[in-house]
Design a protein. Structure first.
Length: 299
C-alpha cells in the first residue's frame, strides 16, 4: 500500500494551546473513523464541530485542559495528553473489526526562552536568570537593619555583630514561586573562586556556618512570604588577612511554590541544642545530606 504523504495525527504546540489534526483514515485502511469515536485526554474532550466532507478531524485545547499533565524538568515544561480512538460497538456483538487505540501527545516548551518572538501573551512565563533580557524574574540580596524593616544603610560591621540578609525574587505573571539560597561564598577579592574562600551556605541550602562554635547563624522562620528568605550570619573575617573587606556572592534558586521542599530545594539550619539539622519547611529528612556532605542534584 502506498504511504500517505500526510501524517495520521499532526500536533501544533502553540503558546497557550495545542491543536491536533487527525486524518479520518486513521489507520490507512480506506475505512474512515467517525469523529464521535475520537476524544482528547482523560477528560474526553470532543473535536471541533466536524465537517463530514473534510478528510480531517481537529481538536483545539488549552495546555492545561482535557486532563493533561505537566512535567517540569531542569530545561523544559512538558505537557502530556492522549488522543483516544474508541470504536463504536459492532452491530454484531460476536465479532470485532477494529480495536481501540491511544496516541500519546507531548508539547515541550523551553524554560529559559520564550515560545515565540511574536506579540503574544502566553499562559505561562518562562523561568529566567537573565533578568535584563526578559524582565521575568528579578533576584535581590540585601543587608537589612535590626528589625528587618528596611535595607541597612551601612555595610560596615564589627566582629560580634550579626549580618541580616534578605533574598527576594519578583516576577511578572509567573506561577507562585518559593526562593532558596543554594550557596553563599565569602572571599577577600571580587573573584568568588579566589583564595581564601569560605562557603557559609553550601550543599544546596545548608547554612554550614551554624555548626561553628559560638555562632547563631541560621535561617529565619517563618518566611515573610514564599518568594523571600531571611538568614542571620555572625560577622567574621579571614585569619591573617589585614584587609577589612569581604565580598559575598550567593546563588539563588526558585521552585514552584506548590512543590514541596526536597533535598535540592531546601533551607536547613543547625540546632546546637539538639545537634541536628532542621529545615525551614518540609521534613527533617531533606536536611540529612547536610551531614553527609553529598546533597543530590535535581533530576
Amino acid at each position: 500500500r502506498a504511504l500517505s504523504p500526510l501524517p495520521a495525527v499532526a500536533v501544533r504546540c502553540q503558546e497557550g494551546q495545542l491543536a491536533v489534526t487527525v486524518r479520518r483514515d486513521l489507520f490507512g485502511t480506506g475505512r474512515p473513523v467517525r469523529a464521535a469515536e475520537l476524544s482528547l485526554g482523560e477528560a474526553s474532550c470532543p473535536p471541533l464541530s466536524p465537517n463530514p466532507a473534510q478528510a480531517f478531524v481537529t481538536f483545539v485545547a488549552a495546555l492545561h485542559a482535557c486532563g493533561s499533565t505537566l512535567q517540569v524538568t531542569p530545561d523544559s515544561l512538558i505537557y502530556r495528553t492522549t488522543l483516544f480512538y474508541k470504536p463504536s460497538p459492532s452491530s454484531n456483538p460476536l465479532i470485532v473489526r477494529t480495536t481501540p487505540a491511544e496516541v500519546p501527545i507531548e508539547c515541550h516548551y523551553p524554560r529559559k526562552s520564550n515560545v515565540s518572538s511574536g506579540a503574544v501573551h502566553p499562559t505561562w512565563a518562562p523561568f529566567r536568570s537573565t533578568v535584563a533580557a526578559q524582565e521575568r524574574l528579578q533576584f535581590s540580596l540585601r543587608l537589612m537593619d535590626d528589625d528587618w524593616s528596611r535595607e541597612r544603610l551601612s555595610n560596615g560591621f564589627q566582629l560580634g555583630d550579626s549580618l541580616r540578609f534578605q533574598a527576594d525574587v519578583t516576577s511578572e505573571g509567573h506561577v507562585p514561586l518559593r526562593l532558596f539560597v543554594d550557596q553563599c561564598v565569602a572571599t577577600a577579592t571580587p573573584d568568588r573562586s579566589s583564595s581564601p574562600r569560605y562557603a557559609f551556605i553550601d550543599l544546596r541550602g545548608c547554612l554550614v556556618d551554624g555548626r561553628a562554635e559560638d555562632t547563631g547563624s541560621a535561617f529565619v522562620s517563618p518566611r515573610p512570604r514564599p518568594e523571600s528568605l531571611r538568614f542571620l550570619v555572625d560577622a567574621f573575617k579571614f585569619a591573617g588577612d589585614a584587609g577589612n573587606l569581604l565580598y559575598i556572592s550567593c546563588h539563588l534558586r526558585v521552585s514552584p511554590a506548590a512543590q514541596a521542599p526536597n533535598p535540592w530545594n531546601k533551607a536547613c539550619s543547625f540546632s546546637k541544642a539538639s545537634g541536628l539539622w532542621a529545615p525551614l519547611e518540609g521534613t527533617a529528612a531533606i536536611c540529612s545530606c547536610c551531614d553527609t556532605g553529598s546533597c543530590p542534584s535535581p533530576g
